[in-house]
Design a protein around this ligand. Sequence first.
Ligand SMILES: [Zn+2]
Length: 357
Amino acid sequence: MPLEPTPTDSLLQATPHGLFVPAAQLYLDARWAPGSVFVSHAHADHCSRAERIVCTPETATLHTARRGPRDAFVIPYDTPTRVGEADVVLHSAAHCLGAAMIEVRTDRGTLVYTGDYKLRPNPLTPPSHIPRCDELVMECTFGEPRYAFPPDELLLHQLHDFVEAALREDSTPVVLAYALGKGQEALHHLTGFGYDVVLHGAIANLCRLHVELGHPFPGPGIWMSYKRGEVGRRVLLTTPSTRKTAMVQGLPKKRICYLTGWAYHPGAHNIYKGIDLVLPLSDHADYPELVRTARESGARRIYTVHGPERFADRLREQGLPARHLAAHPQDFCDDDEGDPAAARPVAIPDQRSLDLR
Ligand SMILES: [Zn+2]
């Protein structure tokens, strides 16, 4: 399905390869395009096969580790840089290490593309801010009112209680988080609580890269890669796709906690059968943050991507000039491979039919 066209005087164009900003000659998070692609972050569904990518230095390193070398034009955060006929500034998106919003300043106004982002703090990134702009292109993964997350402090308290209770009954606490971003946030907090953590190899490799990029995990707990039979009285931090493998199922006694914003999905209790606790600790903006972003950006045009079409309707009901651009090449963040919930919410035509509560 092609993208909806944008107005002829817009700073954004919809093309067969995805969203394009003519003033900077940049495609936005396109999997491939015949030119330069801005890569907002290094999650699998945002990596690009284009010959040239534009991104932060951290994303360039992570992108190389995941997809091999690319010609990368790197721009550090908050550093205005001439690209094409525009000045480009990358701002922290607080989604994962290196994740950036792009601000394109042109002589006809300013466009911002958020990529995946959140406004809540991320211990591995600088804080994010709501960008002021004329045209806003924003992700809306959790663009339904049900996705209003509790404060992170409360969720972290619950995570701590979960680990304590598991250890008290001699079970291994297993925490599921996808490999880039959530895995490092979880490790930061778990080692900060003082727990020693055993990591799935994919998470461990990315953690080592974080350390090399100047983002160590201060502890006091320590972390190490998984070796069969050596988990002991430590937390096992692994990816969601391993939860039915011998690595997890072979543990004699275990308690499993899954960190995902889809905890509030209407079918969550079916999707997450066998999991003891699902905590909505997310690296995306929740619904109130999305609405606040749209309102406080001051944008006279708002395009929504990566989420439910109804979110744009809801913004219009509040008097905000929003429209949904369907069929963006990335419809959801699929970094958590094997996670059945990740693929579902955007594909559900009628959520009432799945509301099993
Ligand atoms: Zn992402």
